[in-house]
Unconditional design. Sequence first.
Length: 175
Amino acid sequence: MELKKYCLLFKWAAMGMALIFLTGCSILAPKPAPKPEKTEVGRHLPPKEISPEPIPKPMEEPSVPKPLPPKRERPAEPPVDQQTPMALASVTFSRQGQAYLKTNKPDEAIRVLERAVNLNPRNGENYFYLAEAWIMKGNASQAREFNRLAEIYMKADPEGMGRVQSQKDRINKLK
Protein backbone atom coordinates (compact mmCIF):
# COMPACT_ATOMS: atom_id res chain seq x y z
CA MET A 1 0.00 0.00 0.00
CA GLU A 2 2.80 2.35 0.87
CA LEU A 3 4.41 1.72 -2.51
CA LYS A 4 1.20 2.61 -4.38
CA LYS A 5 1.04 5.87 -2.45
CA TYR A 6 4.59 6.81 -3.51
CA CYS A 7 3.92 5.79 -7.12
CA LEU A 8 0.78 7.91 -7.24
CA LEU A 9 2.62 10.85 -5.64
CA PHE A 10 5.48 10.43 -8.12
CA LYS A 11 3.04 10.38 -11.07
CA TRP A 12 1.37 13.60 -9.93
CA ALA A 13 4.71 15.29 -9.30
CA ALA A 14 6.01 14.21 -12.72
CA MET A 15 2.84 15.44 -14.43
CA GLY A 16 3.04 18.76 -12.57
CA MET A 17 6.70 19.23 -13.49
CA ALA A 18 6.01 18.30 -17.12
CA LEU A 19 3.16 20.80 -17.23
CA ILE A 20 5.38 23.55 -15.81
CA PHE A 21 8.26 22.81 -18.21
CA LEU A 22 6.06 22.48 -21.27
CA THR A 23 4.25 25.75 -20.65
CA GLY A 24 7.60 27.50 -20.26
CA CYS A 25 8.57 26.48 -23.80
CA SER A 26 5.45 27.79 -25.44
CA ILE A 27 5.31 31.25 -26.96
CA LEU A 28 2.50 33.67 -27.35
CA ALA A 29 1.83 34.25 -31.01
CA PRO A 30 1.43 37.93 -31.90
CA LYS A 31 -1.93 39.07 -33.09
CA PRO A 32 -2.15 39.18 -36.86
CA ALA A 33 -2.10 42.62 -38.42
CA PRO A 34 -5.52 43.88 -39.42
CA LYS A 35 -6.20 43.42 -43.10
CA PRO A 36 -6.94 46.58 -45.05
CA GLU A 37 -10.48 46.96 -46.19
CA LYS A 38 -10.98 46.29 -49.84
CA THR A 39 -12.54 49.24 -51.59
CA GLU A 40 -13.17 49.83 -55.19
CA VAL A 41 -11.34 52.74 -56.73
CA GLY A 42 -13.61 55.69 -57.19
CA ARG A 43 -16.51 54.13 -55.35
CA HIS A 44 -16.13 56.35 -52.29
CA LEU A 45 -14.86 59.44 -54.07
CA PRO A 46 -17.25 62.33 -54.50
CA PRO A 47 -18.05 63.29 -58.08
CA LYS A 48 -15.85 65.98 -59.56
CA GLU A 49 -17.37 69.38 -59.83
CA ILE A 50 -16.96 70.94 -63.22
CA SER A 51 -17.04 74.70 -63.15
CA PRO A 52 -18.47 76.41 -66.19
CA GLU A 53 -15.64 78.98 -66.40
CA PRO A 54 -12.05 78.66 -65.29
CA ILE A 55 -11.18 81.00 -62.48
CA PRO A 56 -8.43 83.38 -63.63
CA LYS A 57 -5.38 83.72 -61.43
CA PRO A 58 -4.54 87.19 -60.19
CA MET A 59 -1.78 88.89 -62.15
CA GLU A 60 1.59 88.54 -60.54
CA GLU A 61 4.22 91.18 -60.85
CA PRO A 62 7.33 89.97 -62.62
CA SER A 63 9.79 88.89 -60.02
CA VAL A 64 13.16 90.56 -59.92
CA PRO A 65 15.86 88.14 -58.88
CA LYS A 66 17.35 89.01 -55.55
CA PRO A 67 21.06 89.67 -55.58
CA LEU A 68 23.15 86.84 -54.23
CA PRO A 69 24.70 87.39 -50.83
CA PRO A 70 28.38 88.29 -50.96
CA LYS A 71 30.67 85.32 -51.20
CA ARG A 72 32.13 84.59 -47.81
CA GLU A 73 35.72 83.65 -47.50
CA ARG A 74 36.56 80.55 -45.54
CA PRO A 75 37.23 81.48 -41.94
CA ALA A 76 40.81 81.21 -40.87
CA GLU A 77 41.84 78.10 -38.97
CA PRO A 78 41.18 78.54 -35.26
CA PRO A 79 44.24 78.92 -33.08
CA VAL A 80 45.93 75.66 -32.16
CA ASP A 81 44.69 75.80 -28.55
CA GLN A 82 41.04 76.01 -29.77
CA GLN A 83 41.16 73.11 -32.25
CA THR A 84 39.51 69.79 -31.58
CA PRO A 85 41.69 66.86 -30.54
CA MET A 86 41.07 65.20 -33.91
CA ALA A 87 42.21 68.32 -35.78
CA LEU A 88 45.32 68.50 -33.59
CA ALA A 89 46.08 64.84 -34.29
CA SER A 90 45.60 65.53 -38.00
CA VAL A 91 48.13 68.37 -37.86
CA THR A 92 50.58 66.07 -36.09
CA PHE A 93 50.17 63.37 -38.75
CA SER A 94 50.48 65.99 -41.48
CA ARG A 95 53.80 67.24 -40.08
CA GLN A 96 55.03 63.68 -39.73
CA GLY A 97 54.06 62.98 -43.35
CA GLN A 98 55.93 66.09 -44.50
CA ALA A 99 59.01 64.88 -42.63
CA TYR A 100 58.78 61.53 -44.42
CA LEU A 101 58.53 63.35 -47.75
CA LYS A 102 61.67 65.38 -46.94
CA THR A 103 63.55 62.14 -46.19
CA ASN A 104 62.32 60.60 -49.47
CA LYS A 105 60.03 57.98 -47.84
CA PRO A 106 56.80 58.27 -49.86
CA ASP A 107 55.23 55.00 -48.65
CA GLU A 108 55.45 56.03 -45.00
CA ALA A 109 54.27 59.53 -45.91
CA ILE A 110 51.20 58.15 -47.69
CA ARG A 111 50.31 55.95 -44.73
CA VAL A 112 50.57 58.83 -42.24
CA LEU A 113 48.93 61.44 -44.48
CA GLU A 114 45.94 59.17 -45.12
CA ARG A 115 45.42 59.02 -41.36
CA ALA A 116 45.58 62.82 -41.29
CA VAL A 117 42.93 63.00 -44.03
CA ASN A 118 40.68 60.58 -42.10
CA LEU A 119 40.88 62.80 -39.03
CA ASN A 120 40.37 66.11 -40.88
CA PRO A 121 39.07 65.59 -44.42
CA ARG A 122 38.65 69.34 -45.08
CA ASN A 123 42.34 70.15 -44.73
CA GLY A 124 43.58 70.72 -48.28
CA GLU A 125 47.25 70.58 -47.32
CA ASN A 126 46.94 66.90 -46.46
CA TYR A 127 45.72 66.21 -50.00
CA PHE A 128 48.50 68.40 -51.41
CA TYR A 129 51.17 66.39 -49.59
CA LEU A 130 49.51 63.10 -50.56
CA ALA A 131 49.78 64.23 -54.18
CA GLU A 132 53.47 65.00 -53.57
CA ALA A 133 54.02 61.49 -52.22
CA TRP A 134 52.35 59.94 -55.27
CA ILE A 135 54.49 62.13 -57.54
CA MET A 136 57.57 60.74 -55.76
CA LYS A 137 56.31 57.23 -56.49
CA GLY A 138 55.64 58.14 -60.14
CA ASN A 139 51.89 57.43 -60.00
CA ALA A 140 50.36 60.29 -61.99
CA SER A 141 46.71 59.19 -61.70
CA GLN A 142 46.77 59.05 -57.89
CA ALA A 143 48.72 62.31 -57.73
CA ARG A 144 46.19 63.97 -60.05
CA GLU A 145 43.27 62.85 -57.87
CA PHE A 146 44.79 64.19 -54.65
CA ASN A 147 45.83 67.39 -56.43
CA ARG A 148 42.20 67.86 -57.50
CA LEU A 149 41.05 67.43 -53.88
CA ALA A 150 43.72 69.87 -52.68
CA GLU A 151 42.46 72.39 -55.22
CA ILE A 152 38.90 72.02 -53.92
CA TYR A 153 39.83 72.58 -50.29
CA MET A 154 42.49 75.27 -50.81
CA LYS A 155 40.49 77.64 -53.04
CA ALA A 156 40.41 80.37 -50.39
CA ASP A 157 44.21 80.38 -50.04
CA PRO A 158 45.87 82.18 -52.99
CA GLU A 159 49.36 81.05 -51.98
CA GLY A 160 48.17 77.46 -51.61
CA MET A 161 46.44 77.62 -54.99
CA GLY A 162 49.73 78.69 -56.56
CA ARG A 163 51.43 75.63 -55.07
CA VAL A 164 48.56 73.40 -56.24
CA GLN A 165 48.82 74.76 -59.79
CA SER A 166 52.59 74.24 -59.82
CA GLN A 167 52.05 70.69 -58.59
CA LYS A 168 49.44 70.10 -61.30
CA ASP A 169 51.98 71.16 -63.95
CA ARG A 170 54.53 68.69 -62.55
CA ILE A 171 51.90 65.91 -62.57
CA ASN A 172 51.08 66.61 -66.22
CA LYS A 173 54.78 66.22 -67.06
CA LEU A 174 54.78 62.76 -65.40
CA LYS A 175 52.58 61.19 -68.08
